[in-house]
Design a binder for this molecule. Structure first.
Ligand code: GLA
Length: 674
């Protein structure tokens, strides 16, 4: 990723970005005039236009009509509202598919997905890529000198709805990809372990995508297909990025990733290399009992995708969405807390889907900055107030979040655990991550997300939930880190297989056995509904138990019941001047909080500032000033935090040392460093 090219994520904007997706094509000229007036009232400084405009701009192949978009951009320019122009390549026109039905995506079971929605394209389709190239070239050239454009928004959520395509063209492209990766068929046969179930390949053309088969398909092949899929969507992105960069080298390129915590199809560590700005679409999940933790989790992983640099909330919602089973409206104050929490977690822009609620189409019940109820609504009043809050935080832009812990996040492990025939169907990568995140959140620690081979040396604590697929390089990285004095906490089902999904030599936990100083003799997954006790923690856990035999590590807790009663459930190994903990039980967030409290106490790890139970404290640091975000997620009780500084949201100087926080209150303290 080339984010370092830019001092700010959107150099053409001198504030934190505030605005949303804007679809003037759905409205009359009068409504659009009103939009401009209301955008000013709300403090909107950036809108994203054109995301689904392909059919409108190119009515027939090679015929372009930019007039309506020209008028809109000119109007926004006169109004001093900046624009991120989208390449609408997530929604090719119907005429394209009439000519190229082969470009429609195919599911694993052979079902061809139809048109009439969006994102119905195969990323490997030469016709699709050629059409994108033609359109994006025309778009970039047409707008190359337009002063209103400050960013390119490429496509929309690459691969999120469709994921891998299994069509014939994808098969051809997969074979090419495999030739590059393995050079020889012997290499491929070895990597895929094709001696199992008689799958040996004698010719590249025999290889197929991992289509629906009578039983789980080769897991090594399947993981390669996900790697290939990331590369194919990334190629589509690069094709567009190369065009707009060559025409407008001064304008940053962004694509909007879906919430990385919810979306497992693509490896965003790899994909983010293609763009200058990491945009993330992140929504509250209505069924989450502690949704603000889910949101903080998504924010921290998003910042990880941006490699620690500021990122853009490309979409979030003022209230309910439409795509959940129960689309819960936000409670009073929740939108404000959500937006300010995103900024706390490193966002330098807060955009919404969308500016004005649509009157038609599948998303007509989706909330918006300007809801169906119009300006006489609480949502609108809150949006206007939020615009002022965001503007008050302008100086926070560019500052970097200070984390006390790192967590390793790994899409290939996630994919591999979904390949079928696992020890239990009830173990879920994202569930383990969320439990560990929640425990860290409960301890008020700010967490950076890293790839397994990233430099870990600046973190006092590294947490490794279910790193099922652990390369020797990743294992060595963790070992080096612990030997150098670091503290590592590893959950069960880590270190098991290598990059090819082959079990590491010797007993589990394979690549991490030496680091952890334990040997696992056997996994003892539990029947649905069965639980076991983890004696000293006063916790009962479900899903998992395993027979751990210490091989150098000391036993901290034992299983109190079940197949491994009396045997270790938590161990601690001394490694060089550091330590490596192993948690062999599926502890819930409350029990993990107790474990991590002990680990962090031992390692002397403390939060940004001591705060009460439901308060979030995150520090961002600029060149000479720290910004301490304090967010009270308790809607009923006020609290105080021991800190000083000037609250950017109110201008109040808190010099008494005690900062009051109202129920649902947010304070952002600017603290000059000496
Ligand atoms: C996604 C899309 C948007 C819209 C929203 C609705 O993030 O990018 O176009 O569909 O979801 O929440």
């Amino acid at each position: 990723m080339t984010t370092s090219r830019w001092p700010s994520i959107v150099p053409g904007l001198d504030e934190i970005a505030f605005g949303g997706d804007y679809s003037p094509e759905q409205w009359s000229a009068e409504v659009c005039e009103e939009d401009i007036r209301l955008m000013h009232e709300a403090g909107v400084n950036l809108v994203q236009i054109g995301i689904f405009l392909w059919a409108a701009i190119e009515p027939a192949p090679g015929e372009f009509d930019f007039d309506p978009l020209d008028r809109m951009l000119d109007r926004l320019h006169r109004a001093d509202i900046r624009v991120s122009v989208a390449t609408p390549t997530a929604a090719p026109p119907a005429w394209f598919f009439r000519r190229h039905p082969e470009a429609l995506p195919v599911k694993r079971d052979g079902r061809v997905l139809g048109i009439g929605a969006r994102e119905s394209y195969c990323p490997s389709s030469p016709a699709y890529r050629a059409a994108c190239e033609r359109f994006v070239t025309a778009l970039a050239k047409h707008y190359q000198d337009h002063p209103v454009i400050v960013m390119w928004h490429l496509n929309n959520e690459y691969g999120v709805q469709v994921g891998p395509c299994y069509c014939e063209q994808s098969a051809v492209s997969f074979r090419e990809w495999l030739r590059e990766r393995y050079t020889t068929l012997d290499g491929l046969n070895a990597a895929w372990g094709t001696t199992f179930w008689g799958q040996h390949y004698y010719d590249w053309d025999e290889i197929q995508p991992p289509r629906l088969a009578p039983m789980p398909v080769n897991p090594s092949q399947r993981n390669d297909y996900f790697r290939f899929t990331t590369d194919e969507y990334a190629r589509c992105c690069r094709l567009e990025a190369d065009i707009v960069r060559s025409v407008t080298p001064g304008i940053p390129v962004m694509t909007n990733f879906a919430d990385p915590v919810e979306t497992g199809y693509l490896d965003y560590w790899r994909f983010a290399e293609e763009v200058d700005v990491v945009g993330i679409d992140t929504y509250l999940m209505g069924n989450d009992p502690r949704p603000h933790i889910g949101l903080a989790f998504a924010g921290d992983v998003s910042r990880g995708v941006a490699r620690g640099r500021p990122w853009l909330v490309n979409e979030h919602s003022t209230s309910a969405v439409t795509w959940q089973t129960h689309n819960v409206a936000k409670r009073p104050g929740e939108m404000r807390r959500n937006t300010l929490a995103h900024i706390a977690h490193g966002a330098d822009g807060a955009l919404f889907f969308q500016w004005r609620a649509s009157r038609f189409g599948s998303e007509k019940f989706h909330s918006a900055m300007l809801p169906q109820a119009g300006t006489s609504s609480q949502v609108w009043r809150d949006v206007v107030a939020l615009g002022a809050d965001v503007r008050a935080l302008t100086e926070v832009r560019g500052s970097l979040v200070q984390a006390q812990a790192a967590v390793l996040w790994h899409w290939p492990s996630w994919w591999a655990m979904q390949s079928g025939y696992q020890p239990t169907a009830d173990h879920h990568y994202e569930e383990r991550h969320r439990a560990y995140y929640e425990a860290l959140w409960n301890l008020h620690l700010t967490t950076d997300y890293l790839a397994p081979t990233d430099d870990l040396s600046r973190y006092p604590l590294v947490v490794v939930p279910s790193l099922y697929l652990t390369s020797q390089e990743a294992a060595a990285n963790l070992r080096r880190y612990a030997e150098g004095g670091g503290t590592v906490v590893v959950s069960y089902f880590s270190g098991i297989v290598d990059e090819n999904d082959h079990i590491h030599d010797g007993p589990y936990p394979g690549a991490l056995r030496e680091l952890l100083g334990v040997v696992t003799e056997e996994f003892h997954p539990l029947r649905p509904g069965d639980t076991v006790e983890v004696a000293g923690l006063g916790a009962r856990t479900d899903v998992w138990s395993e027979r751990v035999v210490p091989a150098g590590a000391e036993t901290i807790e034992t299983f109190g019941s079940g197949p491994d009663a009396g045997h270790p459930a938590i161990t601690r190994n001394t490694v060089g001047s550091g330590s490596a903990w192993y948690v062999a039980a599926k502890l819930d967030a409350a029990a993990l909080t107790r474990v991590l409290r002990r680990v962090t106490a031992e390692a002397g790890i403390v939060p940004a500032v001591p705060v009460g139970a439901d308060v979030e404290a995150v520090r961002r640091s600029g060149p000479d000033t720290d910004y301490l975000f304090l967010i009270n997620h308790d809607a009923e009780r006020s609290t105080t935090v021991t800190a000083t500084g000037r609250d950017l949201l109110t201008g109040v100087e808190h010099d008494s040392g005690q900062v009051p926080l109202e129920p649902s209150g947010v304070v952002v303290l600017a603290q000059r460093r000496a």
